[in-house]
Design a protein around this ligand. Structure first.
Ligand SMILES: [Ca+2]
Length: 358
């Protein structure tokens, strides 16, 4: 009897202590949808009582972890294979439930699909190129940060960060995301070679796969080195590729030059080229200019669609050195704003930029 009372007392003691123990409520009912489209894999993870998700994309001995609040994550593989994907629904970083999936991707097709150009041309020398090998941007590149609403902003809606430009598997990816940062509702990246690499004349080839959708405005372009002294448009601008995203316009590339005439007035000359079907997002294309003392010629996949005679005195800007800018804008004066049809994130993927000179 005495023994039982003692046991009972111990149980009471334990029971009394229990409410003070911190208990973590783990998420429940984690389910995932994994979809591969070429090399691009999208994961949608959903769970109850969840604070956030992490999705890990494995490849060989390496992996990429994406943290996401809405459970949507995507990653582009550039090699075909079967890969493991681990999705976790978190209460905290160390408290989570997880689910593993495997996905088969046919990624070789992504990089191999579409137009490509050679590494050499007769009577020309490759004077600079970036193939985007390695794991980060090379020291040839720097960034424009912020919204540019004090100057170069064009009333765009994105905040440019370093984070949205990544280099992996031989590709540069600039991702436009719908996320709040720096007072803006979208983020993206705008990279440039200003003060680092600039060129006068040559053939320039840029192989890239465009994003798509209303309000998405990717650009591969150049500005005159002397912009800091003579300002814009007197420095000159060469837009090798611009696309103004939208259902009917996702298949059209615009090539344009801007300059100042002798009174300082902005003048522009441009033209466009439209795919017969599909959109510029479907596969890689090569956007080129051939620029010499007499003219600038614009090409999409070696199809010439615009020529500018640069011999008049007004166009002397185009006998100076220019640097590169690659960016994906969201909204702004030309494309207008994204709408309910616009899908985020959007990616501009660049395989290479090459400059050949005689
Ligand atoms: Ca490459």
């Amino acid at each position: 009897m005495k023994f039982s009372v003692l046991i009972f007392g111990l149980l009471l003691f334990v029971n009394c202590k229990k409410p003070t123990i911190q208990t973590v409520v783990l998420p429940e009912n984690l389910r995932t949808t994994v979809a591969a489209n070429g090399g691009n894999v999208e994961v949608i993870a959903q769970a109850d009582k969840v604070n956030f998700y992490t999705v890990t994309f494995f490849r060989n001995n390496d992996s990429t972890v994406i943290q996401t609040n809405d459970g949507i994550a995507d990653y582009t593989y550039t090699q075909s294979g079967t890969y493991r994907i681990k999705s976790r629904a978190h209460t905290t970083f160390s408290d989570f439930i997880e689910k593993n999936d495997t996905v088969s991707v046919n990624a070789d097709s992504l990089l191999n699909q579409g137009f490509s150009t050679p590494l050499s041309y007769p009577n020309m020398t490759l004077v600079w190129n970036d193939e985007f090998d390695g794991n980060s941007l090379s020291s040839d590149w720097t960034y424009d940060i912020g919204n540019g609403n004090w100057g170069w902003g064009n009333n765009e809606l994105e905040y440019y960060r370093t984070d949205n430009a990544t280099v992996e598997n031989g590709l540069l990816t600039i991702t436009a995301k719908q996320e709040s940062f720096g007072g803006q509702n979208y983020t993206s990246s705008r990279i440039k070679t200003q003060g680092l690499k600039s060129f006068k004349y040559g053939r320039i080839d840029i192989r890239a796969k465009m994003p798509f959708g209303q309000g998405i405005w990717p650009a591969l372009w150049m500005l005159g080195d002397n912009i800091s002294s003579v300002s814009w448009p007197a420095c000159g601008e060469i837009d090798i590729m611009e696309m103004v995203g939208g259902t009917t316009t996702d298949k059209t590339v615009h090539g344009t030059a801007h300059w100042a005439d002798q009174t300082g007035q902005r003048v522009q000359s441009g033209a466009s080229n439209t795919l017969t079907s599909g959109r510029l997002n479907d596969e890689f294309h090569v956007f080129s200019i051939v620029w010499d003392t007499n003219s600038i010629r614009w090409y999409r996949d070696n199809i010439e669609y615009h020529v500018l005679n640069t011999t008049p005195a007004d166009l002397a800007e185009f006998d100076e050195r220019f640097f590169f800018i690659f960016n994906v804008a969201v909204g702004g004066n030309w494309p207008g704003n994204p709408d309910a049809t616009t899908v985020f994130p959007q990616k501009m993927i660049v395989d290479y930029v090459r400059v050949f000179q005689q």
